[in-house]
Design a protein around this ligand. Structure first.
Ligand code: BTN
Length: 319
């Protein structure tokens, strides 16, 4: 009922009477009052005025299920939201749900991870209270070889959501790091369970440094947060909901086309490597060139000094 009450209060700029809430939710006045009191305890500022009703004036920066669900404007992305104060890794939990028959679009969110996972076997620092840790479970109907492109779909969704919410020029470092002022604010880890010609499920995990104030020394040069770059704190649930809105839309476009063609131009516009000199760091195959953008399957098109073109599928590039 919390989600419903928050949604109704948010939809109304002014006051919502207790009676309206009772009628819409088919519950008693006392039940409504109890939820309002609980919400106040959680940090929501709700004015209660006799003969007028309730008015939500401020929401706390909490990643609770009700807070996220009441902000979502999607059909399937984030439906349902599963929230945990603490977990090992939202990717691990989402994969378990995948094995257990969980629904396409289920979003696992946590305030803190004790075993956060990064790409290439690395860890992901996951302290509480400041960042977004979330993983979406997907059951795509396309072939497994298309799945790596989903990471780029998510990267585009995160970059656009950050731009919309903060007004900052977030960009994408190929293939899927989101950067602001050349430093990383978000990492994405995609994992898949598949047979040779069939996807059981895909999990896309997103870690966004939102209000983090400092980073361990080893990553200080390369990592940053929205708060550090903008000098302001941001509401995590707001950003998480915006990411889901962009992702649902872009996923639908991708699933219909079965490639990145409809998103290629948007992605390339946000690509910080575009038209820049880069070093491709593939083990045993390192070379320099100019990044021209991605092709419709998400490979990075690189023009080498001798004019020849290479399209790279995997590997890391330096900006
Ligand atoms: C990277 O190395 O750039 C990818 C980092 C991905 C981190 C996120 S946080 C939420 C989800 N759960 C994890 O354990 N990892 C991803």
């Amino acid at each position: 009922m919390k989600t419903e009450i928050l949604t109704i209060l948010r939809e109304n700029e002014g006051y919502v009477s207790g009676q309206q809430l009772c009628d819409k939710l088919n519950v008693s006045r006392t039940a409504v009052w109890k939820v309002i009191e609980q919400l106040k305890k959680e940090g929501y500022k709700i004015e209660a005025v006799r003969n007028k009703g309730y008015h939500l004036t401020e929401s706390p920066d909490v990643m609770s299920q009700a807070e996220i669900e009441s902000r979502l404007e999607t059909e399937w992305a984030g439906n349902p939201v599963i929230y945990m104060d603490e977990t090992d890794s939202t990717n691990i939990q989402a994969k378990k749900l995948g094995e257990a028959g969980g629904k396409h679009g289920t979003l696992v969110v946590s305030d803190r991870q004790t075993a956060g996972k990064g790409r290439r076997g690395r860890g992901w620092e996951s302290p509480s209270g400041a960042s977004i840790y979330m993983s979406i479970l997907l059951r795509p109907e396309f072939l497994p070889d298309k799945a790596p492109m989903l990471t780029l779909v998510m990267a585009l969704a995160v970059a656009e959501a950050v731009q919309e919410v903060t007004g900052e020029a977030a960009g994408i470092k190929w293939p899927n790091d989101i950067v602001l002022n050349k430093k990383k604010i978000c990492g994405i880890l995609t994992e898949m369970s598949a047979e040779i010609d069939y996807i059981n499920h895909v999990v896309i995990g997103v870690g966004i440094n939102v209000n983090t104030e400092s980073f361990p020394e080893e990553i200080q040069k390369t990592a940053t947060s929205l708060a550090i770059e903008t000098g302001k704190k941001w509401k995590r649930p707001d950003l998480a909901a915006a990411v889901m809105r962009y992702f649902e839309n872009y996923y639908n476009m991708f699933a219909e086309a079965q490639d990145l063609k409809p998103l290629q131009e948007r992605y390339n516009r946000l690509l910080v490597n575009k038209d820049r000199e880069i070093q491709v760091l593939e083990p045993g195959h390192e070379f320099g060139g100019t990044a021209l953008g991605i092709n419709e399957t998400g490979e990075l098109i690189v023009r080498k000094a001798d004019g020849s073109i290479e399209e790279i599928y995997a590997g890391e590039v330096s900006v």
